[in-house]
Design a binder for this molecule. Structure first.
Ligand code: SAH
Length: 338
């Protein structure tokens, strides 16, 4: 039986929560997390399949104009080997994330998804390949993809257009509609601490997350990359991302929220702090160690010199410090009731 989960929290209630002291807000978020998700932290294997990108987002370390980046693209055989290793480690969700890489055409991605699913029909495949023509999301779904991740990045339309090299928020939201209409589970989210952002932006990000009614929501602190136009931007503290995580958890209790790598990069226990603010997912990066350093969206990214499979042991210890344990379920959207 599928459940219809629709957010009923009002704007006023969100604003009241946003004014609470952070520790109080986090405590409420933890209570909601335990009620809806228990103490398990879902594990997803992240494969960063290509850092070629035709977009020129000002914040991103693999933007088209970034000439310092060493570009790579994993071939299908390499990706399938990673999936096999992941399956052997008990992983049941694989997230394929990349830049908007024309070499990885929709057809090529579809064939890859089919091969993954034929190896292991019970695993879930999540794609995160940016904006494609609306009809292509349906092709991804038909090939067997289960979910799609695409953050809206910021709910401020002006800031969005400026930061994303002219691509509008409206365009991004249309793509998210097409993703849902294609029958994919919808992941979105935003960065915190972008230059030009205000407290009101944070509230707008939560209101837009509610409007999208997303199944999965990723929040990460923006970290300025030295080889981008935003090199000189200020680093905002992790607390902004923690506050956003707690607000999102209370607004969309069923949402799967990752404790993001960017949080772990900003502070050594950043991911644990995200979990203590309402996150319930971890995504160890199982890309080959040789390429991990090249998917450098922001500087200082953690765990670059070890395999993501080694990270699982480390993560199981880390989550214990915040009274959680790793969970190897598929972790579908709760509305599907699986
Ligand atoms: N091409 C895909 C994947 C983008 S990379 C897509 O368009 O969805 C994944 C996420 O990394 C982005 O959505 C963005 O929110 C985040 N990111 C990019 N640059 C960053 C930075 N400098 N600091 C923190 N997060 C960043």
């Amino acid at each position: 039986m599928s459940r219809t989960l629709a957010p009923d929290i009002t704007d006023n209630e969100i604003r009241r929560l946003a004014a609470l002291p952070l520790e109080e807000l986090k405590a409420e978020a933890r209570r909601v997390t335990e009620e809806w998700h228990g103490r398990g932290i879902l594990i997803r294997g992240l494969i960063e399949y290509s850092n070629h990108c035709s977009c020129d987002c000002l914040y991103c370390g693999i933007r088209k104009s970034q000439t310092q980046a060493h570009r790579y693209r994993l071939d299908e055989e390499t990706i399938l080997t990673l999936v096999d290793q992941g399956l052997a480690h008990g992983m049941k969700t694989f997230v394929l994330q990349g830049g908007e890489d024309p070499e990885y055409s929709p057809e090529r991605i579809c064939r890859l998804v089919e091969r993954i699913k034929s190896r292991s029909p019970e695993c879930a495949v999540t794609l995160s390949s940016g904006i494609v023509p609306d009809a292509v999301y349906r092709e991804f779904r038909n090939a067997g993809a289960d979910r799609y991740l695409m953050r809206f990045e910021t709910a401020d339309p002006e800031l969005h257009r400026y930061l994303r090299g002219g691509v509008t928020l409206k365009r991004r939201l249309r793509a998210l509609d097409a993703i849902r209409e294609a029958g994919l589970q919808v992941g979105s989210g935003f960065m915190t601490g972008l230059p030009g952002e205000t407290e009101e932006t944070l509230i707008r990000n939560i209101l837009l997350s509610r409007e999208i009614n997303m199944d999965m929501g990723g929040i990460g602190p923006f970290i300025p990359h030295p080889d981008t136009p935003l090199a000189g931007a200020a680093q905002e503290p992790l607390e902004r991302a923690l506050k956003a995580t707690a607000l999102l958890r209370i607004t969309l209790p069923w949402c799967h929220i990752p404790a993001t790598t960017a949080a772990g990069t900003l502070e050594p226990d950043g991911r644990e702090q995200m979990i203590a603010s309402g996150a319930n997912v971890l995504m160890p990066n199982i890309s080959p160690v040789e390429v991990k350093k090249d998917y450098l969206l922001y500087p200082g990214k953690i765990c670059l010199d070890e395999s993501g499979f080694e990270c699982v042991g480390c993560l199981s210890l880390r989550v214990k410090t915040v009274d959680r344990e790793l969970c190897f379920d598929r972790g579908d959207a709760l509305r599907l009731g699986t």
